[in-house]
Design a protein around this ligand. Structure first.
Ligand SMILES: [Zn+2]
Length: 325
């Protein structure tokens, strides 16, 4: 590229010279000796034009080369940064995998008892659960909706002071008495004075469960559903602030940002969301990544919500993690 531009500059120089010389030479052929002085003057002008054109050519060539060099230099720098970033991200991922192998498995905060509501469940069992739900104000809730297998269910934890109650509710294929009874249980759970904790905004996902009247007629107050994913981010950033030498902190912004170099802050953009497994891993140092157990997911929301609700500090959760070892 540099070489080509130099050639263009010199071609310009030669072209200018020819344009200057040609008319002068033509003129000289028809001139008489009387006009010798003016001929010398013409040759002086040609020589001067030649020098100016050459100088102009050199300046243009130097400028073009200079900017081309800067462009190439910045392109190389960008490419190097991209390669280094990719390499460090790969290493980071590798380290996370290595560390995760050393982590203990997820342990729920408290013991629990499980109930499964399907077409074989007795009315008495649902009555017991309705009574329990009436005495509970806080619940954790996850939905499962597999489009391929068309398997749909949700899991609700009735968070109790001692032993929690986990209820797995299959989606009924058709409305019947048992389905209506389950609807009554859901009405108690989704009462507007209660808090139903989720991990992400699941409101629209509930339309897949419209066999229950409560979801069909949108009888849920949206404020009842509390997205703990957002609350966790807020709690975590407040308690696990940036390191002193972190670029994001130097920029006077204590939120997740691309300048952050802290290993304890995996979110690098303000809009980044915490996955449930990452939240458990960073808060409790427990391996949750490979957990496909949906009950455990529900219990994980409860465990995280406990520290948020009780406004645990960094020291408190570190102390909790130390004592568990
Ligand atoms: Zn940071």
């Amino acid at each position: 590229m540099i070489h080509n531009n130099s050639i263009y500059s010199y071609l310009l120089l030669i072209l200018c010279s020819i344009l200057n010389i040609y008319p002068s030479v033509c003129y000289n052929e028809t001139s008489t000796p009387i006009n010798k002085d003016s001929t010398v003057r013409k040759w002086n002008i040609i020589l001067w034009d030649f020098l100016v054109s050459m100088l102009l050519g050199i300046i243009i060539s130097t400028l073009v080369n200079h900017y081309q060099f800067k462009l190439i230099k910045s392109t190389i720098q960008c490419s190097t940064e991209v390669i280094l970033n990719t390499y460090s991200k790969y290493n980071e991922k590798k380290n996370v995998r290595k560390i995760m192998k050393d982590l203990t498995n997820f342990i729920p905060l408290k013991s629990f008892k499980t109930y499964h509501i399907d077409s074989d469940t007795s009315m008495e069992t649902i009555d017991i659960l309705i009574d329990q739900a009436k005495q509970t104000q806080r619940f954790s809730f996850i939905t499962y909706d597999d489009k391929v297998s068309e398997k749909k269910f949700f899991i609700i934890e009735l968070i109790q002071p001692s032993t929690s109650i986990i209820v797995i509710i299959d989606r009924f294929q058709e409305a019947n008495v048992l389905c209506n009874k389950t609807d009554n249980l859901l009405l108690v759970i989704f009462n507007e004075s209660n808090c139903v904790q989720t991990w992400r905004d699941i409101f629209h996902g509930l339309f897949g469960f419209q066999i229950y009247d409560i979801f069909l007629y949108e009888r849920i107050d949206r404020k009842t559903l509390v997205n703990m994913q957002d609350h966790f981010k807020e709690w975590y950033n407040k308690n696990f602030s940036h390191n002193e030498n972190c670029g994001q902190l130097l920029n006077f912004i204590d939120i997740d940002g691309p300048l952050c170099s802290c290993s304890h802050r995996p979110c690098k953009f303000p809009e980044d969301k915490w996955s449930l497994s990452m939240a458990i891993m960073y808060a409790f140092h427990e391996n949750f990544e490979l957990s496909h157990d949906h009950i455990q997911q529900c219990l994980a929301i409860t465990k995280l919500s406990h520290v948020i609700e009780n406004e645990w500090t960094r020291e408190q959760i570190q102390c909790f993690n130390e004592h568990r070892k």
